[in-house]
Design a protein around this ligand. Structure first.
Ligand code: FAD
Length: 334
């Protein structure tokens, strides 16, 4: 990839997952001199870190990045299928990704951004943060002590580790329901949720959510009122394995404890979500908004656009960021 002698780019994207690749796709098409820096050894982003049995909640034809659809798969694809897709996508569009490079900090000198990773540094007119969330798992704080083993859905290794043991699973959204459901086949599970689980209708899967998110994203971009969040539909997509565990009575919710002292289990798995992994750019944000015109955030969910944390949903916000970056260097994203 062509670059100036002093490592100056028109755009540097931090993060080589789906959000970074989708943004790079649009930038490269517009002829923007772009570099992607990613801290993983291989392509795949957060999909390299999900639990072994995880499957998408929608079929391949509803899991497309801009330009090139996900290759067909019978049924709901596993994470490995997404990793293969991202690997091929990166090669197909010759997206210049340097790995592994962990960006430590980004500074702005009033004109340009300085991106630092250990002893290495780059300069850029624009920086796009697309660092995802998997490396910033969130767990709430409770009083008391739990003496068993703490886990998070971010490092949940699959059912075998828990066979024959007592497991507390905390969290009333998709990861909590899916992990608790599969564990009920091998372990004594207590599934803690703050409220009664809010199941989506059985016929709602990713397709409905993606369509809804796209309508929301486009309406917001047009300056129209937000037509409403997915949460109106419920919190949990009723995948076949989850439905079976729920309908057979194996999967039942218990109101969340008020102190960890109440939890009688060998393992406690927090399925309580993630936060944006924005440590390198945090100083450049004010009230969650970039302070400099050349700084963009892509792929973090509602913060950066409805559905933008999904494969199909990242397209509109990636395109919007790419448009602004391209315009800043006199180029056009079509
Ligand atoms: P990531 O995939 O996390 O990519 C960001 C990349 O940046 C990573 O490689 C990361 O390691 C790297 N990075 C982070 N910090 C730095 C740094 N400082 N320097 C350099 N690199 C850095 N979406 C769907 O569309 N369908 C689904 O069925 C679906 N199921 C999901 C199930 C689970 C359990 C989870 C957690 C998510 C699911 N998603 C699903 C949501 C979404 O598609 C993923 O979270 C996706 O990985 C987000 O892509 P991203 O590019 O924003 O972030």
């Amino acid at each position: 990839m062509a670059q100036d002698a002093d490592h100056t780019y028109e755009a540097i994207i931090i993060g080589g997952g789906q959000a970074g690749l989708a943004t790079a796709y649009y930038l490269l098409r517009a002829g923007v001199n772009t570099l992607v820096l990613d801290d993983q050894d291989t392509p795949g982003g957060g999909w390299l870190h999900v639990w072994p049995s995880l499957k998408l909640f929608s079929t391949a034809e509803f899991s497309n990045l801009p330009g090139w659809p996900m290759p067909a798969y019978g049924g709901f694809p596993p994470a490995a299928h997404v990793v293969d897709y991202l690997t091929a996508y990166e090669q197909r569009y010759r997206i210049p990704v340097e790995r592994p490079v962990t960006v430590d900090r980004v500074d702005h000198d009033g004109e340009r951004f300085h991106v630092q990773a250990g002893h290495r540094s780059w300069t850029a007119r624009n920086v796009i943060a697309a660092t995802g969330t998997w490396s910033a798992p969130f767990a709430p704080t409770y009083p008391g002590t739990f003496n068993g083993t703490h886990w998070h859905s971010a490092n949940y290794p699959g059912i075998e580790t828990f066979r024959g043991q007592r497991v507390a699973v905390v969290g009333g959204a998709n990861s909590g329901a899916q992990i608790a459901a599969e564990l009920t086949t091998v372990a004594e599970v207590t599934w803690y949720t703050r409220e009664q689980p809010r199941w989506m209708p059985d016929d709602v899967d990713g397709r409905v959510l993606f369509r809804r998110n796209r309508e929301r994203a486009l309406a917001i971009q047009r300056g129209e009122p937000d037509p409403g969040a997915d949460s109106d539909l419920g919190d949990i997509v009723v995948l076949p394995e989850v439905r079976e565990a729920r309908d057979s009575g194996r999967l039942q919710a218990t109101p969340t404890f008020s102190s960890l002292d109440e939890v009688e289990a060998d393992h406690l798995i927090w399925c309580t979500g993630f936060r944006p992994a924005i440590r390198p750019i945090r100083r450049l944000l004010k009230n969650g908004r970039p302070q400099h015109p050349g700084l963009h955030v892509v792929g973090y969910g509602d913060w950066t656009g409805p559905g933008s944390a999904t494969i199909t949903g990242v397209g509109p916000s990636a395109k919007q960021a790419a448009r602004e970056v391209a315009a800043s260097v006199g180029k056009t994203v079509k």
